[in-house]
Design a protein around this ligand. Structure first.
Ligand SMILES: Cc1cc2nc3c(=O)[nH]c(=O)nc-3n(C[C@H](O)[C@H](O)[C@H](O)COP(=O)(O)OP(=O)(O)OC[C@H]3O[C@@H](n4cnc5c(N)ncnc54)[C@H](O)[C@@H]3O)c2cc1C
Length: 571
């Protein structure tokens, strides 16, 4: 809670209606998805903030931070608040909810740059950009995330990685309210040059490593109030019409002929890895995602009983174990035709199969097929051996309605980022993720394997859901120059033993990062992880502490998810 004086001081800055410390409202900022694995005691609540303020302008953000420098309050910025890293870490923290800063300041079509405020959601910006023949990188938690938050402050991986990389790579400049309240505009737009937002680096050393680095500072280094984002050409449809209703919105019109959506199946992790590299080197894939077998089954069913039935047929385990969904787009019909030809050639070389998407097989059909395929080790053998059969299958007549669903599902996920993240929680109520070091595609696939083994013993004890073990999700980036897979697991938030098992896998995964050189995991943030991983990685925890101390001398920015200004020496 705030004192009356504190509340008045904040109200004087943002206006009384934009400061709130009502307990009922504070609780809504303390409740996030699956906090039981973040909280050491397994509790469902994160700390209640002292208050929530909602500034409308950079000057107000700056004034709030300046005020916090003189009292013992800290600021924690929140853009859309999708993830619990947007929560306050203790009770003397003010959550700065940036919903009122929701403007697209500029879309520079010619130079392919958008300048946005914190509450501009990716899906909204994409809708406008497509009309201009442009696109932006969107992360795979779904299109509702804040473009600015991902680009400046938190992770940034998404399915369009092959063509548009990850969020941090697309940052062309920021307006940054430092923890002291000073405002810094970084890059070509800064210092009143009038040069525009075309580069985040100006003359002299770059500050990008400090403000963003690999994962971002998670709100621990002040507040970003504007971000310039690099845009890319979009040769897909300028507008899409939909029909149907939840949960199956369908594309009302056929996709243009210069755009193809594919479900590719490989026989082994090695074949999948090789294909990823080859597709990348030839710049075939616009977007891709390794969709594990269990996720494929999950996505093709509407409820858990159906899922159980189709999973038990064993078909997904055989057909979709090493499964990559991909979008291919040509800037002309000629380019698309060439890309399709190259894709087929790469599949021949790697023994991959383009799964037919003429129709979504029904659970009843799969149940009938299951017993027959039980005795066949590789049900796709003939298609692998005689690739022309794949063409024949794809050409089989199917009604528009039959084709509509698989095409639509792939389009939503790969290109429109209408990801059903809640859907992943359906089988067990809760999901955790681990590893996810951003490195090579090979290392990504290795991480999936490592985490699959670690999950196995808990699956056997019935503590984690039996998803086959390997829920390695991710894809290639920058035409397979980089790759990324995180190891997902499904647990029950109702069962403390299951929660504990999830925590153990996450913990063992951090050890594996060090022991098996798997890179910094996506959970590698905050004081505890910095201390654990820093000594193995250039002592980065010491550098983070120094940066924090230099930029935030009065601790006005909540350090919890970034770095404390002092490093505790371990004995
Ligand atoms: C189920 C699930 C799936 C996810 N999948 C992905 C994924 O595939 N890829 C990925 O990159 N992330 C993923 N995330 C993580 C996370 O949701 C996103 O990175 C996040 O959504 C970013 O946008 P946001 O607006 O929601 O950020 P918020 O949740 O509002 O904030 C994220 C962090 O950035 C800080 N921050 C926000 N705005 C500012 C600002 N203006 N200035 C300074 N700091 C700020 C916050 O303090 C917080 O630490 C996932 C999360 C969940 C729960």
């Amino acid at each position: 809670m705030l004192t009356q004086n504190e509340k008045k001081a904040l109200a004087d800055i943002v206006g009384p209606e934009w400061v709130c410390d009502e307990p009922v409202m504070m609780d809504t900022y303390a409740y996030y998805m699956n906090p039981e694995i973040l909280n050491k005691d397994g509790s469902l609540w994160l700390p209640r903030p002292a208050a929530v303020v909602m500034p409308a302008r950079t000057a107000e953000v700056s004034a709030v931070l300046r005020y916090c420098n003189g009292v013992d309050l800290m600021v924690k910025p929140l853009s859309t608040g999708f993830h619990c890293v947007a929560a306050a870490s203790r009770d003397r923290v003010i959550v700065m909810d940036l919903k009122r800063m929701d403007k697209i300041i500029e879309i520079d079509v010619k130079n392919q740059i958008a300048v946005v405020e914190p509450y501009v959601k990716a899906i909204h910006l994409q809708t406008l950009l497509w009309k201009e023949g442009l696109n932006l990188h969107v992360i795979s938690c779904g299109g509702n995330h804040s473009v600015l938050a991902s680009a400046t402050s938190a992770w940034g991986t998404g399915l369009d990685g092959p063509s548009m990389s990850y969020s941090g790579r697309n940052l062309l400049g920021v307006e940054w309210v430092l923890p002291t309240g000073d405002v810094l505009t970084l890059g070509s737009a800064g210092q009143g040059t009038g040069a525009g937002w075309f580069s985040a680096d100006g003359p002299g050393p770059s500050l990008r490593g400090i403000l963003r680095g690999y994962m971002g500072a998670f709100g621990g280094l002040g507040v970003f109030t504007k971000a310039a984002i690099k845009l890319y050409p979009w040769d897909g449809p300028r507008e899409i019409k939909t029909e149907g209703c939840s949960p199956h919105y369908l594309l009302a019109e056929e996709l243009p002929k210069n755009l193809g959506l594919f479900a590719l199946s490989f026989r082994s992790a090695k074949a999948l890895a090789d294909a990823g590299y080859k597709l990348g080197e030839a710049e075939i894939t616009y977007a891709d995602f390794r969709l594990p077998a269990f996720m494929t089954a999950l996505g093709s069913t509407d409820e858990n009983l159906e899922l159980k039935r189709v999973w038990e047929t064993g078909i997904f385990q055989k057909v979709a174990q090493y499964h990559l969904i991909a979008a291919v787009i040509g800037c002309s019909q000629r380019e698309y035709d060439w890309k399709l030809k190259a894709l087929k050639e790469i599949l021949k070389e790697t023994g991959g199969v383009r799964l037919p998407l003429n129709e979504m097989p029904s659970p009843r059909f799969l149940e009938k097929l299951g017993p027959i395929l039980k005795f066949i080790d590789d049900p796709l053998f003939l298609l692998r051996k005689f690739p022309f059969l794949q063409d024949l299958l794809h050409k089989l007549p199917a009604s528009k309605t039959a084709r509509q669903r698989p095409q639509s599902e792939l389009f939503w996920v790969l290109l429109r980022h209408a990801t059903n993240t809640q859907g992943n929680f359906r089988p067990s109520q809760a999901m955790f993720t681990s590893l996810g070091g951003f490195d090579t595609w090979d290392l990504g696939l290795k991480q999936a394997e490592v985490i699959s083994k670690k999950k196995r013993k808990y699956i056997e004890q019935g503590l984690l859901l039996d998803d086959g073990g390997d829920l390695g999700c991710g894809g290639t980036f920058e035409h397979a120059h980089m790759g990324y897979l995180e190891g997902i697991g499904l647990y029950s938030s109702q069962d403390p033993r299951s929660v504990m098992a999830a925590g153990k896998v996450i913990d063992e995964a951090v050890d594996a990062c060090v022991e098996e050189a798997l890179g910094i995991p996506i959970a590698g943030f905050g004081k505890e992880m910095n201390a654990r991983l820093g000594p193995h990685c250039g002592d980065y925890h010491r550098w983070l502490a120094k940066i924090k101390k230099a930029l935030d001398p009065n601790l006005a920015s909540d350090p919890f998810f970034y770095a404390e200004p002092e490093v505790e020496e371990s004995s």
